[in-house]
Write a protein that binds this ligand. Structure first.
Ligand SMILES: [Zn+2]
Length: 132
């Protein structure tokens, strides 16, 4: 792919300055995927067991609901991590998707998959910004 030249001159960004966040993102991704696989296994073992009594069954359905809720949040996080990795590949990582400001490293360290700077994140939470 040819880069469009002109417009912006010499970017100050060091191409590798965000690579430390790639590792964090991939680590998080792996962690969630491992959890997810483990949950799947537990789910299968639970439903394979035909000898559970009523108390066990109640416990199991509680656990299943819990795991379900958990994996919803985790699925959302996985999507955000994938997005962040794509932005990292595309050289857009570290800039707010709303105002294009540079997101402070401290924020990226805390939430490496974040899309917005703190100001825009607050607006997003108030529903001012419509997330894609
Ligand atoms: Zn912003």
């Amino acid at each position: 792919m040819a880069r469009t030249s002109g417009a912006k001159k010499a970017t100050k960004k060091k191409p590798n300055s965000f690579e430390i966040f790639r590792k964090k993102l991939v680590d998080n991704q792996t962690e969630i995927l491992n959890l997810y696989e483990r949950d799947l296994k537990v789910g299968q073992e639970a439903s394979d067991d035909g000898t559970e009594d009523i108390v066990d069954r109640a416990n199991n359905s509680y656990n299943r609901e819990f795991m379900f809720a958990l994996s919803d949040a985790e699925r959302q996080m996985l999507l955000e991590i994938e997005d962040a990795l794509e932005r990292l590949d595309g050289g857009e990582y570290g800039s707010c998707l709303n105002c294009s400001d540079t997101i402070p490293k401290a924020r990226l360290r805390a939430v490496p998959w974040t899309r917005y700077c703190i100001d825009c994140q607050e607006q997003a939470e108030q529903g001012v910004i419509l997330e894609a």
